[in-house]
Design a protein around this ligand. Structure first.
Ligand SMILES: *Cc1c(COP(=O)(O)O)cnc(C)c1O
Length: 355
């Protein structure tokens, strides 16, 4: 593995005074990680440098053809002052799966994780201390050939930027209102749904904007082939508790393989729950809601950890889930996962990695 050159800033920024007003993704730390790829040479020039803009030609391929992928994860401050990551090798593996689909060169998992650890270590003081705050980590790579021909780029820039982020639930966990999106789809079979690429997000923005206008928090996505089966909720995976069992859409190629999803499944199974990964139709879901069999519904993702659903609508059908309140299974998942992440619950799974 190559060495990482470190150039520290001579003008450190002031840290945010009010950690409870951080919000998400608005401010960035003093440094960033950069590494270039050149065909024939591989990844080279791994470096940590002061955070700042990068000059770019306007013909840069990523801007035109979206050959770009990213990851999202967090560093957590533990009560003893140490800093830890949550399952970073899972992010490394997913990053490489996304890269392979988008014809972007992969990298050694160890390089990916070492780059993150080294950068977080350099900017360690930026990991906030207030309860449930974290340092959001955004690794990404994009095609940098200055060329308008449509083909895989021969050069890439891999970067990691860090953003101190506030508590996701400053007012406590409030179940969200969602509705089934019947016009737009976010991904199709054979497409890029299982990758974390910017293009998937661009395709999802219109539906999210319409949902917000209608007074909903997010949309429940249906599959792009039959528009019949539930896929995800917003940019989160989705789970339902129906007659005591937990059901979640099977990873079918158009669903993103969430690390929170995987961790929830592993936790639920360790608690003795039966977890079914299978197709679940909107019809089945709303029938279960109307018969009273649907006990809880929630989204899973790094940002929110879990996000309970209090109300769902599909065309002219609508239902309240668990009286519009957070249910016991979601609450237990939230308490356990956040407990492991912030080091207040013993990590018996070996999920955390110290920086
Ligand atoms: C990132 C993401 C998720 C959640 O993945 P986590 O690893 O749990 O953060 C779910 N769906 C989509 C579309 C995503 O981009």
């Amino acid at each position: 593995m190559q060495d990482i050159r470190i150039e520290l800033t001579k003008t450190p920024k002031a840290k945010p005074a009010d950690e409870n007003a951080l919000g998400f993704g608005k401010i960035f730390t003093d440094h960033m990680f950069l590494m270039n790829y050149t065909a024939g040479q591989g990844w080279h020039d791994a470096r940590i440098v002061p955070y700042g803009p990068v000059p770019m030609d306007l013909s840069t391929m990523a801007l035109h053809y979206a050959q770009e992928i990213f990851e999202g994860m967090k560093a957590y401050r533990v009560a003893d002052g140490s800093v830890q990551l949550f399952r970073p090798y899972e992010n490394a593996r997913r990053f490489n799966r996304s890269a392979e689909r988008m014809c972007i060169p992969t990298m050694e998992e160890e390089m990916f994780v070492t780059a993150i650890k080294t950068l977080v270590d350099v900017d360690r003081d930026w990991v906030p201390h207030a309860p449930e705050t974290s340092l959001y980590i955004r690794p990404f790579v994009f095609a940098t050939d200055a060329h308008l021909g449509v083909h895989a780029s021969k050069t890439y820039l891999f970067a990691i930027i860090l953003s101190p982020s506030g508590c996701y639930y400053p007012e406590g966990i409030d179940p969200v209102r969602i509705y089934v999106e019947s016009r737009d789809v976010r991904a199709v079979r054979g497409g890029t749904g299982y990758t974390k690429c910017g293009g998937n997000y661009a395709a999802s923005i219109r539906a999210s904007a319409v949902a917000e206008e209608k007074g909903y928090t997010q949309v429940l996505w249906l599959d792009g082939v039959e528009q019949k089966y539930i896929e995800e909720v917003g940019a989160m995976n989705v789970m339902f508790k129906i007659s005591g069992k937990v059901v979640t859409p099977a990873l079918n190629g158009s669903i993103l393989s969430g690390i929170t999803r995987k961790s929830c499944i592993e936790l639920l199974k360790s608690w003795g729950f039966e977890v079914e990964e299978r197709p679940i139709s909107a019809q089945e879901l709303f029938d279960a809601a109307e018969s009273g069999a649907l006990e809880e519904a929630w989204g899973t993702g790094t940002a929110a950890v879990v996000s309970p659903v209090g109300e769902m609508a599909w065309n002219d059908r609508s239902c309240i889930v668990n009286g519009g309140k957070i249910g016991p299974t979601v609450q237990k998942l939230y308490d356990t996962l956040t407990g492991i992440q912030w080091g207040t619950v013993e990590d018996t799974f070996g999920w955390t990695v110290k920086v």
